[in-house]
Write a protein that binds this ligand. Sequence first.
Ligand code: FCA
Length: 336
Amino acid sequence: MLTTFRRLALGLPLALLLFAGCSKPAAGGPAAPAKIKLGFLVKQPEEPWFQYEWKGADRAAAKYGFDLIKIGVPDGEKTLAAIDSLAANGASGFVICTPDVRLGPAIVAKARAAGLKVITVDDRFVGADGQFLTEVPYLGMSAGKIGEMSGRTLVAEMQHRGWAAADTAACIVTFEELDTARERTEGIIAALQAAGFPAARIFKTAQKTTDIPGSFDAANALLAQKTGVKHWLVAGMNDSGTLGAVRATEGNGFTAADVIGVGINGTDCLDELRKSAPTGFHASIYASAPQEGFLTAEMLYHWVKDGTPPPLDTRSDGRPITRENFEQVLKAEGIL
Ligand code: FCA
């Protein structure tokens, strides 16, 4: 208790210590060490995935006693401004999921100039030559593997419902300019084909924005072209990608019984899975956002505090969740 109190007191600003009537440092004595400040910047703060990542990072901040500065950075301008603001506020580094992976070199240059350490989460920086900036520590999904899991989940449920491939087609919503997204959707397609689903009945449709309206529009465009399909398999790079497409099938007259949608993230589909009647959104591949937030914040803290550099490439795994088991899995994860 006393140790905890002392540790806390050390982290408090001097004014607060005086105000609280705690012992004053002797005149000329060493000042209390300043609390470490770390940033956590995410591209889509409205997406539950990123809110859970922040929650995980908050847990690391509470455990190690650093200040966490959370900033939403929906575009390049806001990202660069956020780095300036972190530097001005005395931060030592930040974790980032960038709104555009090609901003990587500019972000690294700005961070270096300000003496800030950088770890990337989810979306890996890409250089002007199109190659990953492998020197910047990265933590993200095992994208191909998780995509394959989504594909296998689609096939298992299709078999469970006894659908014939000849009556079925797959609508895969893609966002190929983002590597983690492309690797996931390629994994989905590879698993469908490995299970014998005909390549000619797998249709990709590109989303312009990575949100529900973006995937809704992409799927609608495809459904308008592909008439005569009885059942649809629907998937995308994340829950929003699949949710928008499932909404599009509904708008085109397909009922839940004729649609199998599988998402990825497992954080942005909770309201959907809680609906009293099942929808076409059948399952998601859950990857742990709180853990990714905790681990990246923890790595950054150790890097700043002890000079221990983080591993350059860390990957997280996934597991399928459905209406049947999502509450149990997410409770165990501390999300529910
Ligand atoms: C990307 C997606 C997010 C999440 C994350 C792990 O950043 O946009 O929804 O899937 O990867």
